[in-house]
Design a protein around this ligand. Structure first.
Ligand SMILES: [Zn+2]
Length: 287
C-alpha cells in the first residue's frame, strides 16, 4: 500500500479494519492485544478489565471477541497513554461498554477540540463526549485495580505533550506508549508538543525505570525488554547526531535525505509506517 498517496491515518484505519487481533499473554493477569493501531494492554480480574489504550473503533467486534476470550469480566477502566487516534479512537465504545477513562490532562485537551497533526496531514474533529477522559492528572497518578498497584507518570513533552508511562508494580510490567516503537522508526508529533529531543529524553527515562526482569510493552511492535529499549535509544541518538551534523553544515532537507543519515538502521527499523525518508524529515525539523 502506498501510504504517501493514501495518507497515514487512512492507512492505519484500513490496516486495523483487516487485521486479526492477536492476544499475547504477558505476566500474571496482564495480556496485550495487537492489531488495532497501538498495542492494548489488558489487566483482568474481579474489579473488571482495565485496558491501556483503545485502538481504532473499526476493531470493536474483533476486540470484543478477544476480550471475551480472556475472561468474562466486564470492562470497567481505560487508561490512555496519549491522545493519538490509534490509541483513543475506540474510547467512545469502550466507555459505552462501562469504562471510566483516565489520562494526562493534555490528552483530554487535544481530544476536546479540533486538532491538526501536520506530520499526518490530518485534522481531527473534537471527540464525542463519552470518549473524553473523566479523570486527568498533571504529573503522577495512582490506580489500585484487581489487587494491582498501577503507577502513571507523565514524561513531559516527548512523542506528544500527553505521553505517560504505566507501571504494573507487582508484575514488573511497564507500558511506555509511543515513547517506544519496538524495532521500527517512531512517529514524532511536533504539532502537539513532540520532538526528537523529547523522544530521546523519554527513551532515557524508560531505561532508568526498568531492570533486566521488566517486561516492556511498546506503543507499536512486539512486547520487549530492556535490551530493546537500549537499541532504540542508541538508534535515536545516532540518527539525531547524524542529521544535526548535516544540518549544521548547511544542508537542506533534500540534501540531508540524499546523504542517508539513517542508512545503518534502515533494514531493521525502516520496515513499517515511518519510512527512512519520513523519519529523517521528522528528525531534521527538530535539530
Ligand atoms: Zn502516538
Amino acid at each position: 500500500m502506498d501510504q504517501n498517496k493514501k495518507g497515514i491515518v487512512p492507512t492505519m484505519i484500513d490496516a486495523a479494519a483487516k487485521a486479526t487481533i492477536e492476544t499475547h499473554p504477558v505476566r500474571r493477569n496482564i495480556s496485550v492485544l495487537e492489531g488495532s493501531g497501538g498495542n492494548i494492554a489488558v489487566l483482568t480480574g474481579k474489579d473488571g478489565k482495565l485496558l491501556i489504550d483503545a485502538g481504532f473503533t473499526v476493531s470493536k467486534p474483533r476486540l470484543t471477541e478477544a476480550l471475551k476470550k480472556l475472561s468474562s469480566d466486564p470492562i470497567t477502566q481505560l487508561i490512555n497513554t496519549h491522545w493519538h487516534t490509534d490509541h483513543t479512537d475506540g474510547n467512545a465504545w469502550v466507555h459505552d461498554a462501562g469504562a471510566a477513562i483516565t489520562a494526562h490532562k493534555n490528552t483530554k485537551k487535544h481530544l476536546s477540540t479540533s486538532t491538526r497533526v501536520e506530520g499526518w496531514q490530518w485534522t481531527f474533529p473534537p471527540a464525542p463526549a463519552g470518549a473524553l477522559p473523566t479523570t486527568t492528572f498533571d504529573d503522577e497518578h495512582r490506580v489500585h485495580h484487581n489487587q494491582t498497584n498501577i503507577a502513571l507518570k507523565y514524561y513531559g513533552p516527548a512523542h506528544t505533550d500527553s505521553d505517560i508511562s504505566v507501571v504494573f508494580e507487582e508484575a514488573d510490567v511497564v507500558q511506555v506508549g509511543d515513547t517506544w516503537w519496538n524495532g521500527i522508526y517512531p512517529f514524532i508529533d511536533y504539532s502537539t508538543g513532540g520532538s526528537i529531543g523529547g523522544t530521546i529524553r523519554a527513551a532515557e527515562r524508560n531505561l532508568s525505570m526498568v531492570t533486566g526482569n521488566t517486561i516492556v510493552i511498546p506503543g507499536h511492535g512486539p512486547v520487549g525488554n530492556k535490551a530493546g529499549l537500549v537499541e532504540f535509544r542508541d538508534m535515536l541518538v545516532a540518527i539525531r547526531n547524524n542529521v544535526a551534523a548535516l544540518k549544521k553544515q548547511g544542508k537542506s532537507l533534500e540534501e540531508t535525505i540524499a546523504a542517508k543519515p539513517t542508512a545503518k538502521y534502515d533494514v531493521k527499523f525502516g520496515q513499517f509506517l515511518i519510512t527512512p525518508v519520513f523519519f529523517t524529515t521528522l528528525v531534521y525539523s527538530g535539530v
